[in-house]
Write a protein that binds this ligand. Sequence first.
Ligand SMILES: Cc1cc2nc3c(=O)[nH]c(=O)nc-3n(C[C@H](O)[C@H](O)[C@H](O)COP(=O)(O)OP(=O)(O)OC[C@H]3O[C@@H](n4cnc5c(N)ncnc54)[C@H](O)[C@@H]3O)c2cc1C
Length: 389
Amino acid sequence: MLIKNKKIAIVGGGPGGLTLAKLLQLKGVDVKVYERDIDKNARVQGSPLDLHDNSGLAALEKANLLDEFKKNYMPGADKTTITNEKAEIFFSDHETVQTEDFGHEHFRPEIDRGTLRRILIDSLQDDTILWNSHFLSMQKQNEGWLLQFKNETTSYADIVIAADGANSKIRPYITDIKSFYSGITMLEGNVYEADKSLPKISGILRGGKIMAFGNEKDILMGQKANNEIGFYASFKAEENWAAKSNLDFSDKSQLLEWFKTTYFDWSDIWYELFENVQTPFIPRPINCMPLNQTWETIANLTLVGDAAHVMPPFAGEGVNMAMLDALELSECLTTDKYNSIKEAIAVYEKTMQKRASLIAQESLENGEKMHSKNALTTMISFFGGDHHG
Ligand SMILES: Cc1cc2nc3c(=O)[nH]c(=O)nc-3n(C[C@H](O)[C@H](O)[C@H](O)COP(=O)(O)OP(=O)(O)OC[C@H]3O[C@@H](n4cnc5c(N)ncnc54)[C@H](O)[C@@H]3O)c2cc1C
């Protein structure tokens, strides 16, 4: 094996980095994960994730974690209701989609982000993850890299793999290419004890997802674990909207007023979300990597997941691509097919760039459709057709 006796550092313990660590460890590789979170109990932000058969689930299967996933996913959370801005229901698949359909190419079971992270963490050997390791910089040392962390520790690795997400601090060591703003901003909120706090909306949500479209704006929400729901107000906005808006994202009454003005013809049913949210709201400008990105392969440094190809979430592929990167990179690095590590990384990067570019394009196009005047009819015909989840 090319990487026998090599020290591998994965920076970032998100789904991409942790899946990669697990797959490499199964092949007996010496791997460490450096994660900035203080410990494994840090709360994971964001919506639940749906894993796809030929990417996220395929990686879990290879990691021997599919059974654990089946014990912990949220049956029914993939079921979708589509409404207009008045919360009138135009589509629901609650009665038609099967709750458990593993092996079906369109079955997209949902899992809470925190639960997925726990499954991956618990599957790793003790001391694989170094918590509170916020990567700051690195420099070449011998054949590898000396990494520096905010807690004033340093660590040597022969090969470094960036899995540190959309704002990767390692990516600039590989390429200067930066992501661009897609024109859409999503305002994220979370509500605890959702069944009590959101009596009207819970009746529509039914433990699944709601996609509401009206006047080129959306509300997207989904059931999370522990009776929480996560929601996004998604809309076209100028770049740096959050800073320019002068809104105080910790002040829910200010945000409710903003919603009433901006989503002016939406039903007051949605006010429940803003009245019961856990503050602060998190504004998320949605970025995308250029579709034609390439770079010169480096023999001891590469990247996976959002660090490589952040993309809008409108195809639901971000986490699936991160986990598929992990699967493909682990296979390239541990096969005997290639003559050098550089060749193995080059093969991985070429396939990854091509695949991510196609999916990113689909995500951009979906984003346009979902924020267009015809969003409601377009999405109903999309879901009413062959789509399954
Ligand atoms: C609003 C929104 C909604 C989304 N919805 C979906 C969806 O429905 N389905 C889907 O598939 N995808 C979705 N995504 C995308 C998905 O979240 C990402 O694609 C996925 O999490 C990428 O995984 P990753 O492991 O590459 O990076 P991340 O999940 O970002 O993990 C990176 C890790 O690196 C750590 N880290 C960062 N910097 C450092 C540092 N300097 N030193 C050490 N550690 C560091 C972080 O703490 C984190 O643990 C969404 C994204 C957004 C913004």
